[in-house]
Design a protein. Sequence first.
Length: 241
Amino acid sequence: MCGSACGSARRTAPAERQGRGGVSMRRFGLLLAFVLVVVSLAHAQVQQPPADSPPLQQGRGEAVGEIAFHSDRDGDVEIYTMRTDGSELRCLTYQPGLDSLPSWSPDGNRIAFQTERDGDFEIYVMSPDGGNLENLTRHPARDKFPAWSPDGQRIAFLSDRDGNYELYSMHNDGTDVRRLTDHPAEDAHPSWSPDGRYIAFESDRDGPWDIYVMNADGTGVRNITNHPANDGPPRWKGRSR
Protein backbone atom coordinates (compact mmCIF):
# COMPACT_ATOMS: atom_id res chain seq x y z
CA MET A 1 0.00 0.00 0.00
CA CYS A 2 2.76 2.51 0.79
CA GLY A 3 4.49 2.15 -2.52
CA SER A 4 7.65 4.01 -3.24
CA ALA A 5 7.16 6.37 -0.31
CA CYS A 6 7.41 3.54 2.23
CA GLY A 7 10.42 2.08 0.45
CA SER A 8 12.08 5.44 0.51
CA ALA A 9 11.38 5.76 4.22
CA ARG A 10 12.77 2.30 4.89
CA ARG A 11 15.87 3.09 2.86
CA THR A 12 16.60 6.31 4.75
CA ALA A 13 16.11 4.89 8.25
CA PRO A 14 19.53 3.16 8.49
CA ALA A 15 21.27 6.35 7.38
CA GLU A 16 19.50 8.32 10.09
CA ARG A 17 20.49 5.75 12.69
CA GLN A 18 24.08 5.85 11.46
CA GLY A 19 24.06 9.66 11.71
CA ARG A 20 22.78 9.58 15.25
CA GLY A 21 25.30 6.87 16.11
CA GLY A 22 28.12 8.98 14.63
CA VAL A 23 27.13 11.95 16.77
CA SER A 24 26.99 9.73 19.87
CA MET A 25 30.43 8.28 19.15
CA ARG A 26 31.91 11.73 18.68
CA ARG A 27 30.40 12.86 21.98
CA PHE A 28 31.74 9.76 23.70
CA GLY A 29 35.20 10.41 22.23
CA LEU A 30 35.21 13.99 23.46
CA LEU A 31 34.05 12.90 26.91
CA LEU A 32 36.75 10.24 27.09
CA ALA A 33 39.45 12.75 26.08
CA PHE A 34 38.23 15.16 28.78
CA VAL A 35 38.33 12.44 31.44
CA LEU A 36 41.87 11.47 30.42
CA VAL A 37 43.04 15.08 30.70
CA VAL A 38 41.49 15.42 34.19
CA VAL A 39 43.07 12.16 35.35
CA SER A 40 46.48 13.21 33.97
CA LEU A 41 46.34 16.55 35.79
CA ALA A 42 45.33 14.88 39.05
CA HIS A 43 48.16 12.37 38.69
CA ALA A 44 50.66 15.16 38.07
CA GLN A 45 49.52 16.94 41.22
CA VAL A 46 49.88 13.76 43.28
CA GLN A 47 53.40 13.26 41.93
CA GLN A 48 54.58 16.72 42.99
CA PRO A 49 57.28 16.38 45.72
CA PRO A 50 56.77 18.02 49.12
CA ALA A 51 57.86 21.64 49.38
CA ASP A 52 60.71 20.78 51.74
CA SER A 53 62.06 17.80 49.77
CA PRO A 54 65.47 18.00 48.05
CA PRO A 55 65.36 19.33 44.47
CA LEU A 56 65.66 16.81 41.64
CA GLN A 57 68.42 17.08 39.08
CA GLN A 58 67.15 17.33 35.52
CA GLY A 59 67.49 14.13 33.54
CA ARG A 60 68.75 11.95 36.38
CA GLY A 61 65.93 11.81 38.90
CA GLU A 62 68.39 11.92 41.78
CA ALA A 63 68.12 14.27 44.73
CA VAL A 64 70.79 16.94 44.66
CA GLY A 65 72.33 18.06 47.96
CA GLU A 66 75.00 17.23 50.51
CA ILE A 67 74.98 15.80 54.01
CA ALA A 68 77.83 16.50 56.44
CA PHE A 69 78.50 14.01 59.23
CA HIS A 70 81.31 12.68 61.41
CA SER A 71 82.63 9.12 61.36
CA ASP A 72 85.46 7.02 62.78
CA ARG A 73 85.49 4.72 59.73
CA ASP A 74 89.16 5.54 59.09
CA GLY A 75 90.29 5.00 62.68
CA ASP A 76 89.80 8.58 63.86
CA VAL A 77 86.68 10.74 64.08
CA GLU A 78 86.66 13.01 61.00
CA ILE A 79 84.15 15.18 59.10
CA TYR A 80 82.74 13.79 55.84
CA THR A 81 80.25 14.87 53.22
CA MET A 82 78.19 12.81 50.79
CA ARG A 83 75.34 13.21 48.34
CA THR A 84 71.84 12.54 49.61
CA ASP A 85 71.93 9.15 47.87
CA GLY A 86 75.15 8.19 49.69
CA SER A 87 77.45 8.74 46.72
CA GLU A 88 80.53 10.97 46.37
CA LEU A 89 81.79 10.33 49.91
CA ARG A 90 84.54 12.77 50.81
CA CYS A 91 86.66 13.18 53.95
CA LEU A 92 87.16 16.87 54.75
CA THR A 93 89.44 16.69 57.80
CA TYR A 94 92.71 14.83 58.28
CA GLN A 95 93.79 15.43 61.86
CA PRO A 96 94.61 13.07 64.76
CA GLY A 97 92.27 15.04 67.04
CA LEU A 98 88.52 14.46 67.14
CA ASP A 99 86.52 16.50 64.57
CA SER A 100 82.75 16.27 65.02
CA LEU A 101 79.26 17.83 64.99
CA PRO A 102 79.38 19.65 61.62
CA SER A 103 76.86 22.45 61.09
CA TRP A 104 76.19 23.99 57.64
CA SER A 105 75.93 27.75 57.29
CA PRO A 106 72.51 28.79 55.89
CA ASP A 107 74.04 29.67 52.50
CA GLY A 108 75.88 26.34 52.31
CA ASN A 109 79.27 27.99 51.87
CA ARG A 110 80.82 27.07 55.22
CA ILE A 111 80.74 24.26 57.76
CA ALA A 112 81.27 24.92 61.47
CA PHE A 113 82.42 22.04 63.66
CA GLN A 114 84.04 21.25 66.99
CA THR A 115 87.57 19.89 67.15
CA GLU A 116 90.21 19.04 69.73
CA ARG A 117 93.14 19.24 67.29
CA ASP A 118 94.68 22.05 69.37
CA GLY A 119 94.53 20.12 72.65
CA ASP A 120 91.17 21.49 73.76
CA PHE A 121 87.83 21.76 72.02
CA GLU A 122 87.54 24.75 69.66
CA ILE A 123 84.99 25.88 67.09
CA TYR A 124 86.37 25.89 63.54
CA VAL A 125 84.84 26.75 60.19
CA MET A 126 85.86 25.49 56.75
CA SER A 127 84.73 25.49 53.15
CA PRO A 128 82.59 22.56 51.92
CA ASP A 129 85.71 21.07 50.32
CA GLY A 130 87.64 21.13 53.62
CA GLY A 131 89.75 24.19 52.77
CA ASN A 132 89.98 27.63 54.36
CA LEU A 133 90.15 26.31 57.92
CA GLU A 134 89.74 28.96 60.59
CA ASN A 135 89.72 28.71 64.40
CA LEU A 136 86.94 31.02 65.61
CA THR A 137 87.19 30.60 69.38
CA ARG A 138 90.93 30.40 70.18
CA HIS A 139 90.34 29.87 73.90
CA PRO A 140 91.90 27.41 76.39
CA ALA A 141 88.43 26.35 77.55
CA ARG A 142 86.26 23.74 75.84
CA ASP A 143 84.01 25.21 73.13
CA LYS A 144 81.42 22.91 71.55
CA PHE A 145 78.10 22.47 69.71
CA PRO A 146 78.20 25.23 67.06
CA ALA A 147 74.79 26.34 65.71
CA TRP A 148 74.35 28.94 62.95
CA SER A 149 71.74 31.66 63.22
CA PRO A 150 69.25 31.59 60.31
CA ASP A 151 70.79 34.70 58.72
CA GLY A 152 74.31 33.24 59.02
CA GLN A 153 75.61 36.21 60.98
CA ARG A 154 76.11 34.55 64.36
CA ILE A 155 77.02 31.16 65.81
CA ALA A 156 75.71 29.94 69.16
CA PHE A 157 77.90 27.50 71.05
CA LEU A 158 78.64 25.89 74.41
CA SER A 159 81.68 26.78 76.52
CA ASP A 160 83.03 26.24 80.03
CA ARG A 161 85.30 29.30 79.83
CA ASP A 162 83.65 30.84 82.90
CA GLY A 163 83.81 27.76 85.11
CA ASN A 164 80.85 25.67 83.93
CA TYR A 165 79.06 25.04 80.67
CA GLU A 166 77.11 28.09 79.50
CA LEU A 167 75.74 29.20 76.14
CA TYR A 168 77.43 31.93 74.12
CA SER A 169 77.09 33.47 70.69
CA MET A 170 79.70 35.11 68.47
CA HIS A 171 79.88 36.78 65.09
CA ASN A 172 80.61 34.35 62.26
CA ASP A 173 84.24 35.52 62.21
CA GLY A 174 84.74 34.77 65.94
CA THR A 175 84.41 38.35 67.20
CA ASP A 176 81.78 39.88 69.49
CA VAL A 177 81.48 36.92 71.88
CA ARG A 178 78.43 37.28 74.13
CA ARG A 179 77.51 35.16 77.14
CA LEU A 180 73.83 34.20 76.91
CA THR A 181 73.27 32.12 80.07
CA ASP A 182 74.59 32.55 83.60
CA HIS A 183 73.64 29.70 85.87
CA PRO A 184 75.59 27.26 88.07
CA ALA A 185 73.88 24.33 86.31
CA GLU A 186 74.84 23.12 82.84
CA ASP A 187 73.24 24.46 79.65
CA ALA A 188 73.75 22.73 76.31
CA HIS A 189 72.69 22.12 72.67
CA PRO A 190 71.52 25.52 71.42
CA SER A 191 69.05 25.59 68.52
CA TRP A 192 67.89 28.79 66.78
CA SER A 193 64.27 29.43 65.90
CA PRO A 194 63.74 29.82 62.12
CA ASP A 195 63.18 33.59 62.50
CA GLY A 196 66.34 33.99 64.62
CA ARG A 197 64.49 35.56 67.54
CA TYR A 198 64.82 32.68 70.02
CA ILE A 199 67.21 29.93 71.06
CA ALA A 200 66.04 26.64 72.50
CA PHE A 201 68.43 24.64 74.68
CA GLU A 202 68.56 21.95 77.33
CA SER A 203 69.56 22.51 80.96
CA ASP A 204 69.56 20.67 84.29
CA ARG A 205 69.11 23.87 86.30
CA ASP A 206 65.82 22.62 87.76
CA GLY A 207 67.03 19.10 88.51
CA PRO A 208 66.32 16.88 85.47
CA TRP A 209 67.26 17.94 81.96
CA ASP A 210 64.48 20.15 80.58
CA ILE A 211 63.95 22.16 77.39
CA TYR A 212 64.20 25.93 77.75
CA VAL A 213 63.63 28.81 75.36
CA MET A 214 65.18 32.28 75.59
CA ASN A 215 65.45 35.37 73.47
CA ALA A 216 68.47 35.41 71.16
CA ASP A 217 70.19 37.87 73.52
CA GLY A 218 69.81 35.52 76.52
CA THR A 219 66.87 37.25 78.20
CA GLY A 220 63.46 35.79 78.95
CA VAL A 221 64.57 32.25 79.85
CA ARG A 222 61.63 29.91 80.44
CA ASN A 223 61.26 26.17 81.05
CA ILE A 224 58.82 24.75 78.49
CA THR A 225 58.88 21.03 79.44
CA ASN A 226 59.15 21.09 83.26
CA HIS A 227 58.98 17.32 83.61
CA PRO A 228 60.70 14.89 86.03
CA ALA A 229 62.05 12.94 83.05
CA ASN A 230 65.14 14.05 81.11
CA ASP A 231 64.29 15.97 77.93
CA GLY A 232 66.63 17.03 75.12
CA PRO A 233 68.23 18.05 72.88
CA PRO A 234 65.76 20.43 71.16
CA ARG A 235 65.51 21.10 67.42
CA TRP A 236 63.25 23.73 65.87
CA LYS A 237 61.09 22.81 62.90
CA GLY A 238 62.18 24.76 59.85
CA ARG A 239 65.55 26.05 58.72
CA SER A 240 67.16 26.42 62.13
CA ARG A 241 70.59 24.85 62.80
